[in-house]
Design a protein around this ligand. Structure first.
Ligand code: ASP
Ligand code: MG
Length: 402
C-alpha cells in the first residue's frame, strides 16, 4: 500500500472550520487507498502569540522553557484534528515529536533531526489508523529534553518523516497556490512554477522564499522524496520539488530578503587567522552569517563586512565590540537599510553572461549594488532597502517574463 505524508501549515489549521477542510483532504487520500501520516503546525499565529506571552514575563526566557512552551502549540492542533477524524468515524491518533521517535540534537530552539525511529507511527499505520504527528519538535535522549527545530520546522518534520518511512511523496499544504517565480505580493507578474529542482528550491528557501523551510528541502534532496507544495483551500496542483525537471529555465525565480543587517568591522589588522577568529566567534555564538566581503587592505588594515539576520542584531553588536578590542580594530558599525535580491536557476550553470545581465539591469535602473555573492545556480546582490521593490520587478521582467 502506498504511503504519503501530508503537512498542514498554521493558516491551514487556524480554526475549527479549516480543520474540517483539512480532515476532508486527509479522508480523500485515505479513500484513494493510501496510508496517511499527517504533520501539523500550531494553529494560525499561535506560535507568535506564545512567544509574545513569554516576552511579557521574561526578557530572557530560558531556551528549555521556550521549547516546552512552543512545542505545546502543535499539540493543540494534533489532538483536535485526531478527535475530529474520530468523530467522522476514522481511526486516528496523535503523537508528539518524542512519541513519534523524532530524535534531535540538543540545541534548544534550533535542534536538528538526527534520526526517526517512528515505531508508534508504523504501529498505527499497520492498524489502518491515520497518524497525526506534531511538527516542529523532537527529543534529545542525552539531555532528556524536548527540543524545537526553529521557525517553520514542521516542514522539516514532514519531509524527514516521509524519508524515514519511505513515503512515495510529501505534500506540504499551505495558504498559497505553490512556489512562485517571485513573491506575488510584490509583483503581480509572478508565475506559479509547476516544477523546480531541489537545488533551486534550496537556494530560493535560503534567500527569502518562505514557503518551505530550507532544511526540509535538504532532507528531500538527500533521500529523493518528491515534495509537493500545494493549496489547502483550492484544488490547485501546486509545485513539485524534485531531482530534475522537464524544462530547465535559466532563471526560475527572483527572491528577496529584507530581514538582514550589514555589519562592518573597520581597520582590522590584515594578518593570517583574523577572518578565522572573527567568524569563529560569530559561529560559536550561533550567528547565521550570510554574505561576507573583505575589502582591499590599506596600511596592513582591512574592513570586513558581512550580513546576518536582524533578530541577531544585539548578539552580533556585542561580539563585534569584544572583537574590536581583542583584535585592536578601529571600530564596528551596522547598516539596517539593506535588502538582498537574488536570481536563481539551475540553467545558469551552462549559460554565460547571466551575472553581467543582472548587474546591467540593476545599473540601468539606478540601483546601486553594495555586495555580491554567487553560487553555481544563484547570484545575489545587496542593495538599499528603498530599491528592493523596483529591483525585483525589473529582474523579474528581464529574466522570467522575457
Ligand atoms: N509553529 C512553528 C512556527 O510557527 C513551526 C511551523 O509552523 O512550522 O514556526
Ligand atoms: Mg511554514
Amino acid at each position: 500500500m502506498s504511503l504519503i505524508v501530508q503537512k498542514y501549515g498554521g493558516t491551514s489549521v487556524a480554526n475549527p472550520d479549516s480543520l474540517k477542510i483539512v480532515a476532508e483532504k486527509i479522508i480523500s487520500a485515505k479513500k484513494e487507498g493510501k496510508q496517511v501520516v499527517v504533520v501539523v503546525s500550531a494553529m494560525g499565529s499561535s506560535t507568535d502569540e506564545l512567544i509574545a506571552l513569554a516576552n511579557e514575563l521574561s526578557e530572557t526566557p530560558s531556551p528549555r522553557e521556550m521549547d516546552m512552551l512552543l512545542s505545546a502549540g502543535e499539540r493543540i492542533t494534533m489532538s483536535l484534528l485526531a478527535m475530529h477524524l474520530n468523530s467522522l468515524g476514522y481511526d486516528s491518533y496523535s503523537l508528539t515529536g518524542s512519541q513519534a521517535g523524532i530524535i534531535t540534537t540538543s540545541r534548544h530552539g534550533r535542534a536538528e533531526i538526527e534520526k526517526i525511529s517512528g515505531e508508534r507511527v508504523k504501529e498505527g499505520l499497520e492498524k489502518g489508523s491515520i497518524v497525526i504527528v506534531a511538527g516542529f519538535q523532537g527529543f534529545n535522549p542525552d539531555t532528556r529534553e524536548i527540543t524545537t527545530l526553529g521557525r517553520g520546522g514542521s516542514d522539516a518534520t514532514a519531509v524527514a518523516l516521509a524519508a524515514s518511512l519511505g513515503a512515495e511523496k510529501c505534500e506540504i499544504y499551505t495558504d498559497v497556490e505553490g512556489v512562485f517565480s517571485a513573491d506575488p505580493r510584490i509583483t503581480d507578474k509572478a508565475k506559479l512554477l509547476k516544477e523546480i529542482t531541489y537545488d533551486e528550491m534550496l537556494e530560493m528557501a535560503s534567500t527569502g522564499a518562505r514557503v518551505l523551510m530550507a532544511r526540509s528541502v535538504e532532507f528531500g534532496r538527500r533521500y529523493n522524496v518528491p515534495i509537493i507544495v500545494r493549496p489547502t483551500f483550492s484544488d490547485g496542483m501546486g509545485t513539485t520539488v524534485k531531482e530534475q525537471v522537464m524544462e530547465q529555465a535559466i532563471v526560475s525565480g527572483v527572491t528577496h530578503n529584507d530581514k538582514e543587517i550589514k555589519f562592518t568591522l573597520f581597520g582590522v589588522p590584515d594578518q593570517p587567522g583574523i577572518a578565522g577568529s572573527v567568524f569563529g566567534h560569530l559561529s560559536d555564538k550561533g550567528v547565521n552569517v550570510d554574505m561576507i566581503v573583505q575589502n582591499v587592505s590599506k596600511d596592513s588594515k582591512t574592513d570586513i563586512s558581512f550580513t546576518a539576520p536582524e533578530e541577531q542584531k544585539d548578539e552580533v553588536m556585542e561580539i563585534l565590540l569584544h572583537l574590536t578590542q581583542d583584535l585592536k580594530a578601529e571600530g564596528s558599525d551596522k547598516d539596517e537599510n539593506i535588502a538582498r535580491v537574488s536570481i536563481i536557476g539551475a540553467g545558469m550553470k551552462s549559460e554565460s553572461g547571466v551575472a553581467s545581465k543582472m548587474f546591467k539591469t540593476l545599473g540601468s535602473n539606478e540601483i546601486n549594488i553594495g555586495m555580491i555573492s554567487t553560487s553555481p545556480i544563484r547570484i545575489s546582490c545587496v542593495i538599499s532597502k528603498n530599491d528592493m521593490q523596483k529591483a525585483i520587478e525589473v529582474l523579474h521582467d528581464e529574466f522570467i517574463i522575457d
